[in-house]
Design a protein. Structure first.
Lengths: 352, 480, 296
């Protein structure tokens, strides 16, 4: 395949993967600092969360303000398994986190997919607040607002945590481990979204009524998408627990969900790789905005408003539109989340 | 350190391209330099016999030096600090920052530390995650050499391990939870903490309450004790230890179910106050602080809670003094985290306090709180330790040379004599609490009766692994 | 079994909470009813009113004025400032997204929420500020075991007053008829000659004014802090869902339900309060998504 064809089909992902792979070497050369590597790791974790979130938003047409719940479930699974069972194998912990977030998102999804549009957003918000209130109050199990400490873990069976100090561990072996998981997850999501399932999901996004009419069980597709989305978010949460070294209830708050929404919008929710770029940008912007001014929330808010009003396609979306390509998506005609059918539909749906 | 760098280097070389690996090897040589120093390290082992304060001790240290004494760098010393600057906690955080700034100012005005100017990098303290991220940034990007600060007990157990792992010499101002040195950083090397430990806080509150309320008969021996605390490490510990101690000292008390409210999460305490009133308590033990306490006492006056029960607070007077107005009813125990109230020690007998307080007022237009005093003293002790270490080493000392000095160091500060305990790097000074009331000298509520307790009576001695173990070993009817 | 004074206290507290919740959610409901927008920035407008009021009383020194002025002037100014912000925000930021899907509108208000939060920090600083005199000077009534602050009745009265005002406005004035028409069928109302655009702006401004004024009155009782906005928004949200989005009657009843629920839970099992509120919200969404009185 010619490079231009690769770009048209896969967007910026190959470039991104290459950059991420070489980043630690760049750090050794002094082009980047160890802190940048740390930030990039966070970028990958949040990129994963954004990618998962975008399964619902960009591909399914559902805005969820409650993805923090699954992120937190994944993170707390890792933290509590370490704290109470002293498990230090990251693979075991990740597997457990995937399982718990799958169960929770399947359950919550059953409830949430009864609605669409605004009510879906509200319901997802309420659900994540329940998780938040629970993690805050069952102090004896979750440590309440103090949270739980998570030390560095054994990777692939090799007990790096015994030989390395945390800073070295995070910027070398853990970085590559995260990169590996990240690439595997991105590939997996790509495959899912490019399967017949993915295309059908996009059909439900574009015109819900028509999809229903041609026999697609819209609600079931949404539920499956919800579960997949929540599971990958939980995976991101699990990695976050080790990277951050600490899990606290605030990662289950709806405002934290808002961050995931923001970064997806920033990168472009109608593209596959938008959330990935958006995440890295978000981490860096937030870090440096926080460094320059204590009014960084104002900066974020202003950027968000600008994005919604003017650049609703996000960075990657605008770029691709300019180039006239659409890697990873079925259509790029309009930036709306769901085209309103001419038949008046109520935004409230009950039943399947 | 070189061993770890070896495994890291070889790992990356295995993964990266071969050409890059060569460049990495060249670059790695220059990476060994640590920030701020201009000397190329050669590993040379020296043995030194050092006589330290309190007795002669032979200490063998491996000093990496270029054979001769390390010259003092001329670059400024970078010091990082995080305090609560926003929200309900700023009532404690701001004075802390003021105290540190005052110390740094005095140090710089006197020529700095060994001639090096001190540069203070302040950042916001917030929820745990944000605080740790900012801390990492200070360490990895701003390359601070030393760290002060932190108010919240939710944050020190998170930042402590990070400081240890990153080898940053740290003196925490507060965040005084026992969990820090019992669980999070059990064998601290780089981390110290200046203000009195939390279990002492609980104990002092209880002891003060017993002295003023129970032993004088104001409150009956079988009093009912209600509680309201912020829902995090600090609040839970104060409830736990405070009620344990009350029961030890006055075994007939009845401990009622306490309320836990989210820290700075509730502005209207009507429901909680009503629930407390329903319990018909004689005493209310509370560790609400900062903006929470200001709200709570204001509404408690409205509901007449102060008439129903006597308050024992651990941090009632813990913020900037002017935040508790003359409207606060007199005769209740107003705690200062067992540390310091600016009128005590008395200014005529302890001029150091007068000088410090007046300077503080002149600079910041408010009188110092205990956080301000703690931060101030930590800055001065730090300077003193570095200078002493420099004298012994004959050059600018690194952290491993300063730490043994700090571990054995005692200092006369505005609050009195304070020292660090070697085993847990915790600071100790006499515990203080008092009774609140009106005084014409000040436009706010102040202490009309100060209760000062020798710290040994309200804190576990070194041989106890946990403060809880010591508390439980005390006899019934104990008096501090 | 329960001490009568405690019972009275709880009764009043329930009314107090209900009043606060109604004041918050009435504005939100008004805006949603007409514009179909959930204004996430509403809480921070409330906070603005709170800060302005306390600032006027303490820093600016309005407390030196004769007493009745304390309870009238600063809250009105607080409401006016919130209304002013709304007047700026609506045409510039919200109007462009009316034709877009509702989610975009939600995101814009989310962004405004963030901006307002930091504006509060910028203008008023990080430390919470409190006014004491206006609250204390009103005194309290003696109920035996406890007292009840009289100022709380001011809040209860305010909530009731706003409810009556809104009812009158909606059902007895021409403006109210236009409001109801627009919320039922926007395009039809426009076809009948209603200046929908101006109506939307007015509604938004009115809702924000109520929020700012409510914040001001509440700040006299509590303190003005930075987290006030998010805290109240979340509660108002719960009321909205319980009562039914866009329904004023629903907001009234919902506020009573949630208010008394809080009082009850705090008396009996305080640890569960937070979780319970959200469980109830989720439960109502499941059982009766349109809330108690919502019809859409």
């Amino acid at each position: 395949m010619k490079p231009i064809q690769i770009f048209q089909n896969f967007g910026i992902i190959p470039l991104l993967a290459a950059f991420l792979a070489f980043a630690p070497t760049l750090a050794q050369l002094g082009v980047l600092t160890e802190f940048h590597i740390n930030l990039l790791t966070y970028g990958m974790v949040f990129g994963l969360a954004g990618l998962a979130f975008n399964i619902l938003l960009g591909y399914g047409g559902l805005l969820s303000f409650g993805h923090a719940a699954y992120f937190a479930v994944g993170a707390y699974t890792v933290a509590t398994l370490y704290r109470y069972l002293r498990i230090e194998n990251l693979e075991v912990l990740i597997a457990a986190a995937i399982l718990t977030s799958l169960v929770v998102s399947a359950f919550f999804g059953l409830v949430a997919t009864r609605f669409t549009r605004i009510f879906f957003a509200i319901m997802s918000l309420a659900l994540t607040q329940i998780v938040w209130a629970t993690t805050l109050k069952i102090y004896w199990f979750t440590g309440g607002s103090d949270g739980i400490r998570v030390p560095h873990m054994a990777l692939l069976g090799i007990e790096f945590q015994k030989t390395m100090a945390r800073p070295e561990y995070l910027s070398s072996v853990f970085y590559y481990y995260t990169l590996g998981v990240f690439i595997a997850a991105v590939l997996l999501v790509w495959l899912i979204l490019h399967s017949p399932f993915g295309r059908t999901l996009q059909a439900t996004r574009d015109n819900e009524v028509r999809a229903e009419f041609i026999g697609i069980p819209v609600r079931r597709y949404r539920w499956i998408a919800f579960t997949i989305s929540g599971t990958f978010t939980g995976l991101a949460g699990a990695l976050f627990a080790v990277l951050n070294g600490h899990v606290t209830p605030e990662i289950s708050n709806w405002i934290f969900s808002g961050n995931i929404v923001f970064l997806t919008l920033l990168g472009g929710f109608r593209t596959f790789d938008g959330p990935l770029i958006g995440a890295i940008l978000f981490i860096f912007i937030r870090q440096y905005a926080m460094g320059y001014t204590i009014y960084w929330e104002l900066v974020l808010g202003a950027i968000l408003i600008t994005m919604v009003l003017i650049f609703s396609r996000g960075i990657m979306g605008t770029l691709y539109q300019y180039l006239g390509i659409a890697p990873g998506m079925t259509s790029l005609k309009t930036p709306s989340i769901a085209i309103k059918a001419n038949i008046p539909t109520r935004s409230l749906k009950k039943g399947g | 350190m070189s061993g770890e760098k070896q495994s890291r280097r070889s790992f990356i070389t295995a993964v990266g391209a071969g050409v890059v690996g060569l460049a990495v090897g060249l670059a790695a040589g220059s990476q060994v330099l640590s920030a701020g120093e201009k000397v190329v390290e050669k590993t040379v082992t020296l043995e030194r016999t050092v006589t330290q304060q309190g007795g002669a001790a032979t200490v063998t240290r491996t000093v990496t030096a270029g054979g001769t004494a390390r010259p003092t760098p001329t670059t400024p010393i970078k010091v990082g600090a995080q305090y609560l600057f926003k929200g309900g906690g700023a009532v404690l955080g701001l004075p802390g920052a003021y105290g540190l700034r005052q110390a740094i100012k005095e140090i710089n005005d006197a020529g700095g530390v060994l001639g090096r100017r001190v540069e203070l990098l302040e950042r916001d303290e917030g929820a745990t995650d944000a605080t740790v991220t900012e801390f990492r940034k200070l360490v990895l990007e701003d390359k601070i050499d030393y760290y002060f600060g932190l108010i919240s007990s939710g944050n020190t157990p998170a930042v402590g391990p990070e400081a240890e792992q990153n080898r940053v010499l740290t003196i925490f101002t507060d965040g005084c939870t026992d969990l820090l040195f019992e669980q999070a950083v059990p064998n601290p090397k780089y981390v110290f903490r200046i203000t009195n430990i939390q279990s002492s806080d609980a104990f002092t509150a209880a002891a003060g309450g017993v002295k003023v309320l129970f032993d004088t008969g104001v409150v009956p021996k079988d009093a009912k004790v209600a509680g309201i605390h912020p829902d995090y490490a600090y609040g839970r510990l104060i409830h736990d230890f405070g009620t344990t101690m009350l029961k030890k000292m006055v075994p007939e008390v009845q401990i009622l179910d306490p309320q836990f409210v989210q820290l700075f999460g509730v502005t209207d305490f009507s429901a909680q106050i009503t629930a407390i009133l329903a319990q018909k308590p004689d005493v209310l033990l509370t560790s609400l602080w900062g903006g929470d306490y200001i709200n709570f006492y204001k509404q408690s006056i409205g509901y007449g809670l102060f008439k129903q029960a006597k308050f024992i607070t651990t941090l009632g007077f813990g913020g900037s003094p002017q935040t508790v107005g003359k409207d606060h009813p007199p005769g209740h125990i107003m705690g200062v985290h067992a540390n310091y109230w600016f009128t005590h020690p008395d200014w005529t007998t302890w001029p150091l306090n007068k000088t410090f307080s007046e300077k503080f007022y002149q600079l910041w237009n408010e009188w110092p709180s205990f956080e301000g005093e703690g931060a101030y003293v930590s800055g001065l002790m730090w300077k003193s330790a570095i200078e002493k270490a420099a004298g012994l080493v004959g050059g600018y000392p690194d952290h491993t040379e300063v730490i043994p000095i700090l571990e054995h160091m005692g200092y006369y500060g505005p609050a009195g004599y304070v020292w660090f305990r070697k085993q847990n790097h915790q600071g100790y000074k006499n515990a203080v609490t008092g009774v609140g009331g009106e005084d014409p000298t000040y436009p706010f509520a102040t202490m009309t009766q100060v209760i000062s307790i020798p710290i040994e009576k309200v804190s576990a001695s070194a041989e106890y692994p946990t403060s809880k173990a010591w508390l439980e070993s005390l006899p019934i009817g104990y008096r501090a | 079994m329960i001490d009568p004074s405690i019972f009275l206290l709880s009764l009043f507290n329930g009314l107090l909470y209900a009043s606060v919740l109604f004041l918050l959610s009435s504005g939100l409901n008004l805006i949603y009813g007409v514009m179909r927008i959930i204004n996430l920035a509403h809480g921070n407008l409330f906070a603005f009113g709170a800060y302005i009021c306390v600032w006027l009383l303490i820093t600016y020194g309005l407390q030196s004025l004769p007493m009745p002025a304390w309870y009238v002037l600063p809250p009105l100014v607080g409401g006016a400032v919130a209304a002013g912000i709304a007047m700026v925000v609506e045409p510039t930021l919200l109007r462009p997204v009316y034709k877009r899907p509702e989610e975009f509108q939600l995101l814009v208000t989310f962004g405004v929420m963030l901006v307002l939060a930091d504006l509060l920090l910028l203008i008023f600083g990080g430390i919470p500020i409190a006014a004491r005199e206006p609250y204390f000077v009103m005194g309290f009534i003696d109920l035996g075991v406890a007292n009840y602050p009289i100022y709380n009745f001011v809040i209860i009265g305010l909530g009731l007053g706003v409810a009556i005002f809104l009812w009158f406005l909606t059902y007895r004035t021409r403006f109210g008829t236009m409001l109801r028409a627009t919320s039922l069928d926007q395009s039809m109302a426009q076809a009948m000659g209603v200046n929908v655009r101006r109506l939307m702006t007015l509604t938004f401004v009115l809702g924000s004014f109520i929020a700012g004024m409510a914040g001001a009155y509440l700040a006299i009782k509590d303190t003005a802090t930075l987290t006030l906005g998010v805290e109240t928004l979340v509660l108002a949200f719960i009321v909205m869902v319980t009562g039914g989005l866009g329904s004023m009657k629903g907001a009234f009843v919902g506020a009573l339900v949630v208010g008394y629920l809080r009082v009850l839970v705090t008396l009996l099992y305080p640890e569960a309060e937070l979780m319970l509120l959200w469980l109830v919200t989720a439960g109502i969404l499941l059982a009766r998504p349109q809330g108690l009185f919502g019809g859409r």
